[in-house]
Design a protein around this ligand. Structure first.
Ligand SMILES: Cc1ncc(COP(=O)(O)O)c(C=O)c1O
Length: 386
């Protein structure tokens, strides 16, 4: 059966192979330390689950408006207005099936063949494939460990051409945990205004920003609001990855186009999950602070432990829940390193190749402190035996 050129151009997920193998080993009874996870290892807070149970019991189980229930759109608008200091109306918000659908739909409605989309590298694995699926061309803008993986305005300026349509930003970043502080965002905002670019700002890890408060590019200049789509959701901050609720806020024509696309593809996201997300955004925020505090403690523990491992170096992450480590001293490519580490020492990590960075591996701290300790101990033993 011939498949469409659209899908044959898309690479399979590079993270899947290693996680499938880790699961298979675990099923055989092997004691695997899993540092590959991309989701909080906490339960969804109780009051959020209760809101979903109540929604089911009262029969809130039918289609909703495609763009989301009015209460949730209003809650998202209020939360973004408060967090970013930029006013949003409920009509300027679309609720999606995870932040992933918001990113996908945004690229679909903004790009046409020939357009270029700037993607800072290392990048989240799905960005290039989403850009390709939108018919546009991904253009990578390298960051460096010496700059703590922060995107520099000079590098972006060099990459901009007459075809550049979108700049994708992800702060805090997956996989590096790098954040873009206001001092870095201001010159980028200026460039975006000058060159008439459109920004898709993926802020899914905003509440997991450990050393300083999160800043969005949208709050960095008067015309940025008309040139930016802010993407966020409840997956990471509220430990709700399985509920599939994300959202985007931005200029009305872009939001209306995204809703039109969603009308004819997935329609609304789950009615029950929307009620849960409403409880998340409007209810007690203490669980978010507690999870962020635990992630901060784990980050500190992991960074300190990694510093003691010869042959490994790592820029301390300032947000999200990943440490991106340089393994080039081992002489192994990242996929070989990850494969051997799993087979020989039973530690699962994600190879950097899928993030465009083959000299690194990604360690997640969505794992207990004991698992982090044990994982680093095995990593050290693995490197010593090489
Ligand atoms: C940078 C980034 N953006 C978006 C997403 C997708 O979030 P969601 O689960 O809400 O679709 C992820 C999930 O791993 C991510 O790391």
């Amino acid at each position: 059966m011939p498949l469409s050129p659209r899908i044959t151009a898309v690479a399979p997920s590079s993270t899947l192979a290693i996680t499938a193998k880790a699961k298979a080993l675990k099923a055989q009874g092997v004691d695997v330390v899993n540092l590959a996870g991309g989701e909080p290892d906490f339960e969804t807070p109780v009051h959020i689950k209760a809101a979903a149970v109540a929604a089911i019991q009262e029969g809130f189980t039918k289609y909703t408006p495609t763009a989301g229930i009015p209460d949730l759109r209003a809650a998202v608008a209020a939360s973004l207005t408060a967090d970013l200091g930029v006013p949003y109306q409920p009509s300027e918000v679309v609720v999606t099936n995870g932040a992933k659908q918001a990113l996908y739909n945004a690229l679909q409605v903004l790009c046409q063949p020939g357009d270029e989309v700037l993607i800072p590298s290392p990048y989240w694995v799905s960005y290039p494939e989403m850009v390709t699926l939108a018919g546009a061309t991904p253009v990578f803008v390298a960051t460096t460990p010496a700059d703590r993986f922060r995107l520099s305005v000079e590098a972006v300026e060099r990459a901009v051409t007459a075809k550049t349509r979108v700049l994708l930003l992800n702060s805090p970043s997956n996989p590096t945990g790098s954040i873009l502080p206001k001092a870095s965002l201001l010159p980028l905002a200026d460039l975006v205004e000058r060159r008439g670019l459109f920004v898709i700002s993926d802020e899914i890890y905003d509440r997991l920003s450990y050393d300083e408060p999160h800043t969005s590019i949208v709050s960095c200049g008067p015309s940025l609001r008309a040139q930016t789509l802010v993407v966020n959701g409840v997956s990471k901050a509220y430990a709700m990855t399985g509920w599939r609720i994300g959202y985007a806020a931005g200029p009305q024509p872009v939001i209306d186009a995204m809703i039109r696309l969603q009308d004819h593809s997935t329609s609304n996201s789950s009615s029950v999950s929307q009620r849960a997300a409403l409880a998340a955004l409007t209810g007690d925020q203490a669980p978010v602070a507690a999870m962020a505090a635990e992630f901060t403690a784990r980050r500190d523990l992991l960074v300190a432990a990694l510093r003691t491992v010869p042959g490994l170096s790592c820029v301390p992450p300032q947000g999200a829940f990943y440490a991106f480590c340089d393994i080039s001293a081992s002489g192994l490519a990242s996929t070989v390193f990850a494969e051997r580490l799993l087979t020989e020492r039973h530690v699962a990590v994600i190879p950097g190749a899928g993030f465009g960075w083959d000299t690194h591996i990604r360690l997640s701290f969505c794992a207990s402190r004991a698992a982090l300790d044990e994982g680093v101990r095995r990593l050290r033993a693995f490197l010593e035996a090489l």
